[in-house]
Design a protein around this ligand. Sequence first.
Ligand code: NDP
Ligand code: OXD
Length: 306
Amino acid sequence: MQLTFCCAHTKPEPWLAGLRAALPDADVSVWVPGAPLADHAIVWAPPQAFIDEQTRLQTLFNIGAGVDGLLKLRLPPGLKVVRLDDAGMAVQMAEYVSHAVIRHFRDFDVYDAAQREARWAFQKPRRREDFTVGLLGLGVLGSRVAQALRAFEFPVLGWSRSPKALDGVRCHHGPDGLHDFLAGTQMLVNLLPLTPDTENLLNRDTLGRLRHGAYVINVARGAHLVDDDLLALLDSGHLAGATLDVFRNEPLPPEHPFWHHPHITVTPHTAARTLRDESIAQIARKIRALERGEPIAGVVDPQRGY
Ligand code: NDP
Ligand code: OXD
């Protein structure tokens, strides 16, 4: 079996060593133009030329959860696209979102500012029951985040495409469920895949439906959010703040207003990193299952876009 590796911004050597150790029978190499045809590929943001040349491929294993970049390429109809499911990302996402929620809920930014002025200043505690966290997306990552937030006893709402039942989460679904979800949300967390249905979903209308003084956490994709609409709603006081990990253009350009906005926290697309060892183990397990003719989890439906 031939495996090819074509991952932008990724040092190949440790991946190749890990893949060879996990799949000793496989011939694993880095793709270069004109390389021999492979059976399966491990990819992140491959060029169209890679897809056009590698005509024998059965599977593209994406080394991330989001496949929006991959689905922009022209892919042959029978080619399976497989995303990472969890592979150590869910707990990282739960840490990141819990941190951002608790930082705002407990006014840690206010205390940081007070310390800089040597000021001993209590803040009036917020009421947990007023502080409903709304999760857009209840998939692999969203459901793990819901579990973490429930452990801190925050009220949690969720929104997904299909109906869901999650312990302790009031679940809404579909376009008809969106307005009630937004109207009940004080802290919005976006964990949707980027698809034609979800692009620009966080806009003046939807964010304007959140409770007054709401807070926004975007950890999914930059193109979900209309940047100027967020800025306008922060400046009008309808929104209290935002924590943003993902952006339309990454790296976020130095001149972008998000960098210096007093109520925006920026992190460099780091909420849940791909963990090499966990990812290799998951991909190797799935390749062995496919070779035995068994079904695997995480196969992307190109019609849904995730
Ligand atoms: P999943 O595919 O497991 O979950 C997606 C969820 O979104 C599902 O609940 C799905 O509904 C819901 N959804 C999809 N489309 C719609 C729609 N049109 N309306 C309502 N709900 C919808 O994805 P993951 O949880 O694994 O990952 C989510 C995203 O997080 C990734 O696509 C990626 O963009 C981002 N990400 C960001 C990282 C970071 O570091 N910032 C790291 C990893 C991922 P249903 O359950 O009904 O299918
Ligand atoms: C992913 C990401 O999709 O890192 O995995 O954003």
